[in-house]
Design a protein around this ligand. Structure first.
Ligand SMILES: [Zn+2]
Length: 276
């Protein structure tokens, strides 16, 4: 994923990207023009926050805020590697200081606060600073009286921050409650993968919950569930299409149609709440 961040001046060897599903290689610029979808098999590539913003927000409209907020190492945590080193590597790889990027922009002409999670930053895991940034996004939407759009891509809680990570689920949920009291819309977009604490909190609290096709969405992984309940799981379990059928999400939207769909919802809710 790191090479996506270098799109402007890719090294010669980084100009080609291989599809993990079908093995075909695509020229990076062609892939970008195709919304990071494999032209051969239709597989959706996981994309960096920067590239996600470039295909979602209206051109040149995205104004980032909270850029300098970064996480601390409150527990002085070390597993195979010190957490501090993992953070340094993630910052270097993604050019972001956290697993979420906040900004104000227009999407299909509609102003909103947009927060995009970056899976290539420590698996999009949610630490204290990630939570803080998401809360700032909610507060910004309330101050500006505009809608909020969060695009999730996350492995869940950030283990290296222990309980402080888990607390973010409650903090963000409480902030979103205040947003709903102000009758401002929150549109949640789930991308591959949206799992763990993120799936168990704010990503499922949208006024509208949209998912990309075939995204893995769930709390615990299928293997863990199979081991726990001692039986197999149905075909397509925890994929967008299965969750739509069961009523967990509201709609599945192709990547190229996301800006128009998000814009339509922002317009709809804007009309609905105009006289509040
Ligand atoms: Zn492919």
């Amino acid at each position: 994923m790191a090479l996506f961040g270098k799109r402007k001046k890719p090294d010669e060897e980084n100009k080609w990207v291989k599809c993990k599903k079908c093995g075909s290689t695509s020229y990076i610029e062609d892939l970008a023009d195709n919304y990071w979808i494999c032209p051969n098999c239709g597989n959706y590539f996981r994309i960096s926050a920067k590239n996600r913003i470039s295909i979602t927000a209206d051109r040149d409209s995205f104004k980032e805020f909270d850029k300098k907020i970064t996480t601390k190492d409150p527990l002085n945590f070390k597993d195979l590697k010190p957490y501090k080193d993992r953070l340094k590597d993630a910052i270097k790889k993604t050019h972001n200081k956290e697993a979420v990027v906040n900004g104000v922009c227009t999407i299909d002409g509609e102003p909103c606060v947009l927060s995009v999670m970056d899976f290539s930053f420590l698996g999009g895991s949610m630490g204290y600073a990630t939570g803080e940034k998401l809360i700032h996004a909610v507060e910004k939407a309330m101050r500006m009286k505009i809608g909020l759009v969060i695009i999730s891509a996350s492995g869940g809680a950030r283990m290296q921050e222990g309980i402080l990570s888990l607390m973010q689920m409650e903090r963000i949920s409480a902030a979103l409650y205040k947003l709903s009291e102000k009758h401002l819309p929150y549109i949640s977009v789930l991308t591959d993968p949206t799992t763990g604490g993120v799936a168990a909190s704010f990503s499922m609290l949208g006024d509208v919950i949209i998912a990309e096709p075939n995204a893995l969405i769930g709390f615990a992984g299928p293997r863990v569930i199979e081991q726990t309940i001692g039986r197999g799981l149905p075909e397509g379990f925890q994929r967008s299409e299965f969750l739509l059928e069961k009523g967990i999400i509201d709609l599945i939207v192709e990547r190229k149609d996301l800006p128009k769909t998000i814009g339509n919802f922002l317009r709809y809710f804007g009309e609905y709440t105009k006289n509040d």
